[in-house]
Ligand binder design. Structure first.
Ligand SMILES: Cc1cc2nc3c(=O)[nH]c(=O)nc-3n(C[C@H](O)[C@H](O)[C@H](O)COP(=O)(O)OP(=O)(O)OC[C@H]3O[C@@H](n4cnc5c(N)ncnc54)[C@H](O)[C@@H]3O)c2cc1C
Length: 505
């Protein structure tokens, strides 16, 4: 961020800085809690966005919240940047190390501290994996609703930092709607305690502001989450459409009918073929788009909702409709959607997973723009969406070994984000801005808005030591992108051509 310290730049400077940092951290961590040799820190050099890599000076692996506080105080005293890291599954480079900073891995803070079935909440350390919360709560017939597809590996601390979403978030809300309290530390090692076990805390809602702040405001060590009773039954409808626009309209029609399904996901024809080849979920390979629509509740509630959903889908032009007959079939239907990313890894050496949100009514328009951009940039793209909340994940396929393909993939991705903004949407739905989408932040927000964001960050971290260079771009960076006052802010000719053909809302 704006006031990040000027780092030493030469190799001897770096070594000297590393020695200082290692000495200070060794004094506050157990012997197995500090890594600094090149081969030891290499596994931490990237997150899920593996196109960007950087080795940190050192990796700290504290085992207790007290050690986290001590690491932060030591780094603060030395004015060393700190990048928190949970499971390292982030897709926007949020946990990408700082070349002259410390990566603070929180994976060892992995205890479920308390499950309270009466108050329906769980208190867990930040390194607990998302799925492990539901596994611990299952004994009481409860679960934690937000379910990112990475839930087997991502941590609740990372979910808080990214305000993670998932299939069930349309009905049950994002991380921000399911977290009651976070505890942790500021960069100076002072205790942070936001929210409480009750529904609303006193004063301004700093908890909500903290959730989604991508590790820039403080380091979370403990999270209190809301638990829900596991619904007795869930069934999934699989609907085929011979036209993407009709599938998009069906999504809008479901919501307009007052129905909020437990999941409402969409895949285009190309993505359906890729996942069907991998998991054999039983998808219709002739469809231009398929929808997965889930209903949960008591058997009576589910029966009624499935009937109403089927009516709406038929009226919207579904060409085929199948409903899961048992739990095994329901899981098979979902297995394709849940495996969309690994299935894509089978057909392309590399892919960039974009994350943008658009108004539901613009789904088909956006797909048309992506198809046009795919032709112009000369790269393939497959599409999967959390359609219910307009959150798209176009996966741009490329080969980093081929000259120029990474750069073209990035340009294609930037055009998709700009198209989302042009259609009234946003440059991120759930994966965050991180290091990846800094330029797109210049398109989404004005200089005044970004200045306010820098000021908010500075209230927690005046020296800009926590995760510097992420989330909010420097004003100068945006200035360089803008072609002129009131200009198109970096819209490429490819995007301008694609947008010129599209209807406006
Ligand atoms: C296959 C796959 C599928 C995915 N599906 C989804 C999905 O459906 N929905 C979704 O929302 N995301 C999804 N993601 C993205 C990713 O899993 C989420 O963003 C997740 O919340 C990251 O958690 P993490 O523990 O891995 O965090 P990391 O990647 O380690 O870190 C992410 C950010 O959080 C910060 N951070 C981590 N821990 C802390 C802490 N304790 N205190 C303060 N800051 C911290 C880091 O500095 C960084 O900025 C997916 C990723 C993959 C690889």
């Amino acid at each position: 961020m704006s006031s990040a310290p000027t780092p030493p730049t030469t190799a001897p400077d770096r070594r000297q800085r590393q020695q200082q940092v290692v000495q200070a951290l060794a004094a506050v961590l157990p012997p197995t809690g500090l890594l600094w040799q090149d081969e030891a820190v290499t596994p931490y050099e990237c997150d899920g966005l593996s196109a960007y890599r950087q080795r940190p000076l050192a990796v700290a692996l504290p085992e207790t919240p007290e050690q986290v506080g001590a690491v932060l105080r030591a780094c603060h005293a030395l004015q060393v940047p700190v990048v928190a890291r949970g499971g390292g599954t982030g897709l926007s480079g949020g946990a990408l190390p700082h070349a002259l900073g410390v990566t603070l891995s929180l994976a060892r803070l992995s205890q479920v501290l308390r499950i309270d079935p009466v108050a329906r909440l769980a208190v867990v350390q930040c390194g607990v994996r998302n799925l492990a919360i539901s596994e611990a709560a299952a004994l009481h017939g409860l679960y934690y609703a937000p379910d990112p597809s990475s839930q087997i590996a991502c941590t609740i601390g990372g979910n808080v930092a990214e305000n993670a979403g998932g299939v069930h978030c349309l009905k049950y809300g994002l991380t921000v709607h399911n977290v009651l309290r976070v505890r942790g530390f500021t960069i100076a090692g002072e205790l942070l305690d936001l929210g409480g076990e009750h529904l609303d805390a006193v004063g301004p809602d700093l908890l909500a502001a903290f959730i989604g702040s991508e590790g820039l405001l403080g380091v979370v060590t403990e999270v209190t989450v809301r638990l829900l009773p596991r619904p007795p039954l869930a069934r999934c409808l699989l609907a085929s459409f011979d036209d993407v626009a009709r599938a998009g309209d069906a999504v809008a029609a479901i919501i307009a009918a007052g129905l909020i399904p437990a999941g409402l996901e969409m895949m285009d024809r190309a993505m359906t073929a890729v996942v069907e080849d991998f998991v054999k979920a039983g998808y219709d390979l002739d469809a231009e788009a398929i929808l997965l629509v889930e209903s949960d509740g008591t058997p009576d509630e589910v029966a009624e909702e499935i009937e109403r959903l089927s009516e709406v889908l038929r009226a919207a032009g579904a060409t085929r409709l199948a409903c899961s007959e048992d739990e095994a079939q329901r899981l098979r239907f979902w297995s394709g959607r849940k495996n969309a990313f690994p299935a894509t890894g089978r057909i392309s050496p590399d892919y960039l997973c974009m994350d943008a949100s658009i108004p539901r009514r613009a789904l088909a328009t956006m797909l048309t723009a992506i198809a046009e951009l795919s032709r112009t940039h000369g790269l393939r793209c497959v599409n999967v969406f959390h359609a219910g909340d307009g959150n798209m994940h176009p996966l741009i396929l490329f080969d980093a070994q081929q000259p120029d393909e990474l750069r073209r993939a990035e340009a294609f991705g930037n055009d998709i984000l700009r198209a989302a903004v042009a259609l009234g949407g946003s440059i991120t739905g759930e994966h965050g801005v991180g290091a990846e989408k800094l330029d797109a932040m210049c398109v989404q927000f004005t200089d005044d808005e970004r200045t306010q964001m820098h000021a908010f960050k500075a209230a927690f971290d005046p020296q800009g030591l926590l995760n510097p260079g992420k989330l909010v771009p420097m004003l100068a960076r945006c200035g360089e992108l803008r072609p002129g006052p009131g200009g198109a802010m970096g819209q490429s000719p490819a995007l301008q051509a694609a947008l010129a053909e599209l209807p406006r809302f």
